[in-house]
Design a protein around this ligand. Sequence first.
Ligand code: HEM
Length: 127
Amino acid sequence: MEYTLLRLMHIGTVYVTLVLFVLRGFWMLLDSPKLQQRWVRILPHVNDTLLLIAAIGLVVVAELNPLQQPWILAKIIGLLAYIGLGTVALKRGRTKPIRVMAFIAALVVFAYIVAVAVTKQVVPGLF
Ligand code: HEM
């Protein structure tokens, strides 16, 4: 029951994070001032916090040990990479090409995390 709810919350916030990231990515590409709107600066952080809380909740409720479940570790590392690339894409990247490359790389990492989640394999499709 708890697990089902946490899983719903996790997957729901995963959809929201992707939509918000792609939207902000487009505004970045268009150099749109919309990227600086107040809600745009706050909502993604609130959502990402909920995503992480649900993720931690799942790990605790299912008694998963990241050191024994390499795919969990892969997701945590993937999440850190996604966050880092995301900040370069939307904020820290000094030139447009750097921001665009970081945006694309962040989407690739996101796809990797989802593939890891679905297959529960560090290298989805190989083992
Ligand atoms: C951007 C980051 C993340 C994305 C996109 C993501 C995506 C997903 C998706 C799509 C699922 C459902 C998989 C399925 O059953 O079909 C899932 C499940 C899960 N995720 Fe994440 N996740 C992320 C971060 C994390 C992190 C950081 C952790 C651990 C600390 C985590 C732990 C879990 C667990 C334990 C499940 C439940 C697996 C199951 O019961 O089937 N996730 N995730």
